[in-house]
Design a protein. Structure first.
Length: 351
């Protein structure tokens, strides 16, 4: 394995694992499982997929040499916007066919501009598309993020200033009316932090672990303060839309623990990939085609349910919620991989 390939191996695991986690979370939420009681709050503690995905976006783009800002932005946007548009138009056609209501330009224009997602077939066709406009905005300002990072990275104290700004910004907007700035400050934190990928996971892992232990303790204390003093909910689903300071603090806490356990996690994933060839192939698809899978997953979920009904196995998902999550996850993961691999042909041609 070359040094460059080895350098990106952990990032590939984060990217692929993050997308697998998206599927798992949507098994919990899209299939209406675990919907009441204390488990509803426990379920929300799994909502760490978007910080992982935004971190991976920041890390991936940090390795790009940005000689021309316009060219960088154009290439990145083309790669995601055209596949998104084809997916959205496909769902739009299915929605019109199912409902008989074309909606005319009132349906098409919001899809093109990403100002709204008036599609409903298959189920949850639009649920994850809130990600798209925010991703596109972050791509447009990423060259600025990188320039700031490069200028500050050699200054011991100044380099933490952007993180302070993101956290303060997230705190301020959390007490105001929800707006785009909630997404900017919370997910901008993870995009910007992605530029520290090599420092966190490759170069200074022992030093980073000490910092992450301290950060996790501070984050837990801050969460308790926000809960008891300021009345924020412990249900992270309520804190996620729009994301607020409680959601940011919680995800910092969890992902700090992830870094502390990262060596064990990476070694376990690598061992599983070597031991089970089928799982290795599926994981490779999730690493390479994560965005295509992200788009096509609602169709994969609909296919999973249809397949269960066709095989007269739909009673399996009525036995127990936790068992149902496992059934949907085991079935949807390979279906989404196959569909994502096919849809990736479009994404690849847009590079």
């Amino acid at each position: 394995m070359t040094s460059d390939k080895k350098r990106y191996e952990k990032l590939d695991i984060i990217r692929g694992g993050g997308m697998l986690w998206v599927i798992f979370v949507h098994c919990l939420y899209w299939m209406d499982l675990v919907t009441e009681g204390r488990l509803l709050v426990v379920k929300s503690f799994f909502l760490i997929e978007m910080p992982l995905m935004f971190f991976a976006v920041g890390a991936s783009n940090s390795f790009s040499k940005i000689a021309n800002n316009f060219e960088f932005i154009y290439k990145r946007l083309k790669r995601v916007y055209i596949p998104y548009l084809l997916y959205a138009l496909l769902c739009c056609i299915m929605t019109i066919e199912a409902t008989g209501n074309s909606g005319g330009t009132s349906r098409i224009l919001p899809l093109i501009t990403m100002s709204g997602f008036p599609i409903s077939v298959p189920d949850n066709a639009s649920s994850a598309l809130w990600f798209m406009p925010h991703y596109c905005i972050f791509i447009c300002i990423f060259p600025l993020f990188k320039q700031i990072y490069v200028q500050l990275k050699n200054y011991k104290f100044l380099k933490i200033l952007p993180y302070v700004i993101f956290i303060l910004g997230a705190t301020i907007v959390s007490f105001k009316q929800a707006s785009y700035w909630n997404y900017f400050f919370v997910y901008g934190f993870w995009i910007y932090l992605g530029q520290e990928y090599l420092y966190i996971f490759e170069n200074q892992i022992n030093e980073v672990k000490k910092k992450c232990l301290f950060i996790s303790i501070c984050s837990m204390g801050t969460m308790m303060l926000l809960y008891y003093k300021f009345g924020f909910e412990l249900n992270m689903q309520s804190n996620k839309f729009p994301p607020n300071i409680m959601f940011l603090t919680y995800t910092i806490f969890v992902l700090s623990l992830f870094v502390l356990l990262s060596e064990m996690i990476f070694k376990s994933v690598i061992w599983i990939k070597k031991k089970f060839h089928v799982l290795e192939e599926i994981f490779k698809i999730y690493e390479e085609c994560s965005f295509s899978i992200f788009l096509i997953q609602p169709i994969a979920f609909a296919t999973s349910y249809s397949l269960l009904c066709f095989l007269s196995l739909n009673k399996l998902v009525e036995v127990n919620d936790i068992f149902s999550v496992l059934v949907y996850f085991i079935l949807t993961v390979p279906i989404a991989a196959l569909m994502g691999k096919g849809f990736y042909v479009i994404e690849k041609r847009c590079k």
